[in-house]
Ligand binder design. Structure first.
Ligand SMILES: *Cc1c(COP(=O)(O)O)cnc(C)c1O
Length: 373
């Protein structure tokens, strides 16, 4: 394999257990949108189902269809807006749809559609959803006119990861309290990853909605990080090595000049694989426990690193390299982004290598579309 994402499903299942414990025993709605943050929605769905998760969340209709086509039978909620042209099939496939506006209710009514629905309330995220008053009206209207099977009511927190903004988060939760006591609603949910571990005891919601926590990443500075296990690591192997015979420029743009005697390794990974170009001259990778600096610009398909002198005798072409591992949060911060963006940026030609029971059980790559081992 050239460059691969190692995905540890044992750790995923460990993280499910941790979320259960820390959220006060609430049920889990497992968020696996964007291909489970780039790591494989179908594999995550299967593992989550095995761990007892009964409902999954995705961003759009197409993602929900991918799961059904793979034989996933769990409940699936689509967070995005109702896709008018797909509502018919969405109902056949038993998807739960999110209702964000009165127009969507009108649309269902006019077409006599009767999907499972969750009403989305905007308590302060400012993205989609009804205001409080509108939501109360919408719920009444849906119930009185029997438009759709009202299964859920939910809202989304915008700063649950920032303790300095807890007043705002608590206000959001206070607003949502109105809906917590609603009779006959199976799914009342509000807490994302940070919400689940920070405010589990502050709501009576039935479900939590973690995404990044399932990946083992605690998205705020917390001792709890050590209780979770990282699911994802991006790895590669050294492709080529050279010792500079004289001062020489490395990579595009002559932005780095190496000295005579420097040992430079070329790695088969570039920004097209999700190794961000902002790691040029400043980023680093780990080889046999040593930090090796990226030298020169990260290219589309290759990246050069300098091998520290003490490490030189231990490395050769083929030596394994960890590009991104348990340092993902720090790496993201270095380049002004968040772990979510690093994960979802992992490219298509990076093989996904799944580990379960301590062994590699499956590899998904461009050449072997799916291989069970
Ligand atoms: C992405 C998303 C989540 C999960 O967010 P995390 O920060 O990864 O826990 C939960 N709910 C909704 C509506 C989302 O869009």
């Amino acid at each position: 394999m050239r460059t691969w994402a190692e995905i540890n499903l044992d750790n995923l299942s460990h993280n499910v257990g941790m979320v259960r414990e820390l959220s006060g025993g609430k049920e889990i709605l497992g968020v696996i949108k964007a291909n489970a943050y780039g790591m494989g929605a179908v594999e995550y769905a299967r593992e989550l189902a095995e761990s007892g998760v009964k409902i999954l969340g995705v961003a759009c209709y197409e993602e929900a269809c991918e799961l059904r086509a793979a034989g996933i039978e769990e409940e699936i909620l689509i967070f995005g807006c109702i896709p008018p042209e797909h509502v018919g099939t969405a109902i056949e496939k038993k998807f739960h749809l999110t209702i964000n506006s009165m127009e969507e209710i009108d649309f269902l009514e006019k077409n006599s559609y009767y999907p499972k629905v969750h009403v989305k309330v905007d308590t302060g995220m400012g993205r989609v959803g009804f205001t409080m008053e509108q939501a109360l009206e919408a719920i009444d209207y849906i119930r009185e006119n029997n438009i759709g099977d009202l299964q859920g009511i939910y809202t989304h927190l915008s700063v649950a990861d920032d303790p300095t903004e807890d007043v705002y988060t608590l206000e959001q939760m206070e607003k949502f309290r109105t809906f917590e006591g609603f009779e006959g609603i199976k799914y009342i949910h509000i807490l994302n990853s940070c919400g689940s571990i920070r405010f589990g005891d502050k709501t009576y919601s039935t479900h939590v909605r973690p995404g990044i926590l399932l990946q083992g990443i605690v998205p705020y500075d917390s001792k709890l990080q050590s209780e979770f296990k990282y699911v994802f690591e991006l790895k590669t192997r050294i492709l080529y090595m050279k010792k500079l015979e004289e001062e020489a420029y490395i990579s595009y743009g002559k932005s780095y000049r190496g000295n005579e005697g420097d040992v430079i390794a070329t790695l088969p990974v570039g920004y097209a694989d999700g190794f961000n170009r902002k790691f040029s001259n400043g980023g680093s990778v780990m080889i046999k426990g040593h930090k090796c600096p990226v030298v020169g610009k990260v290219c589309m398909d290759m990246t050069m690193v300098k091998i520290p002198r003490e490490l030189v005798p231990e490395v050769r072409v083929g030596t394994e390299v960890t590009l991104i591992g348990s340092d993902i949060a720090a790496k993201a911060e270095e380049i002004g982004t968040i772990p979510y963006e690093i994960m979802t940026g992992v490219g298509r030609r990076v093989s996904r290598c799944y580990i379960k029971g301590g062994k590699i059980v499956k590899i998904k790559s461009l050449v072997e579309v799916e291989r069970n081992i």
